[in-house]
Design a binder for this molecule. Structure first.
Ligand SMILES: N[C@@H](CCC(=O)N[C@@H](CS)C(=O)NCC(=O)O)C(=O)O
Length: 212
């Protein structure tokens, strides 16, 4: 199993975190998304969206989209409940993560740290703030996002929620306690790297330099 992966991407960190929690061995293929590594024909053949992470199985099957990777890896483990409603709620929080946590917190943090698109960064920041408020409301009085055990819903949402202060966002109390519960899980790792210099627009060749 191979993970095409960028060390400073929290979408990629999600996959690395679940693999660590599951204690599953894998080969890590470093993709420098700001040095043009996703702009090659070879990478487009792997993922036409030119994004990391990409999981490639030993039989050649490929899964893209970080939360789809979490789902595929978690099937049959304690990280994905068996009950239909609980599974529906896990999907609910995976979509929430992409719509609000990644787009809001992650989108704002990326643009603020690397000095890109200030107006868009402010809109993303407002979305990120509302995401934290919604997480706070969900987590008040409960330990995990779904049911009474940790699941991939927690892994996915942890990835960008824990770096919210790097976008200038304050993490509220119930979310802080939940982040600490995730950090205390056996096998937990945090190998998310800071954005390097070549993430700044004047040095960068990535999909962000040809789109927004
Ligand atoms: N919805 C996708 C988003 C993936 C994504 O945005 N990946 C970024 C890194 S966080 C990327 O690889 N960008 C490629 C580039 O900038 O060239 C997912 O969850 O996997």
């Amino acid at each position: 199993m191979r993970l095409y992966d960028y060390a400073a991407s929290a979408n990629c960190y999600k996959a690395r975190l679940l693999l660590a929690l599951l204690d599953r061995p894998y080969e890590r293929v470093a993709i420098d998304i700001f040095a043009g590594d996703t702009l090659t024909d070879a990478f487009a053949a792997l993922n036409p969206a030119r994004e990391t992470p990409v999981l490639e199985l030993d039989d050649g099957e490929v899964v893209t989209q970080s939360n789809a990777i979490l789902w595929a890896l978690a099937e049959g483990t304690a990280w994905l409940p068996g009950d239909a409603i609980a599974r529906g709620q896990v999907v609910q929080w995976l979509f929430f993560e992409q719509e609000r946590v990644m787009s809001g917190i992650g989108g704002a943090r990326f643009r603020i740290i690397t000095g890109r698109a200030p107006e868009l960064a402010q809109r993303r920041l407002a979305l990120g703030r509302s995401a934290l408020e919604m997480l706070e409301a969900r987590l008040a009085g409960r330990e995990w996002l779904v049911g009474d055990a940790p699941s991939v819903a927690d892994v996915a949402n942890f990835a960008y929620a824990h770096v919210a202060p790097e976008a200038g966002l304050e993490i509220p109390g119930a979310v802080t306690s939940w982040l600490d519960r995730v950090r205390a899980l056996p096998g937990f790792v945090n190998d998310l790297r800071p954005y390097p210099d070549n993430a700044r627009p004047e040095h960068s060749r990535s999909i962000y330099d040809v789109t927004a």
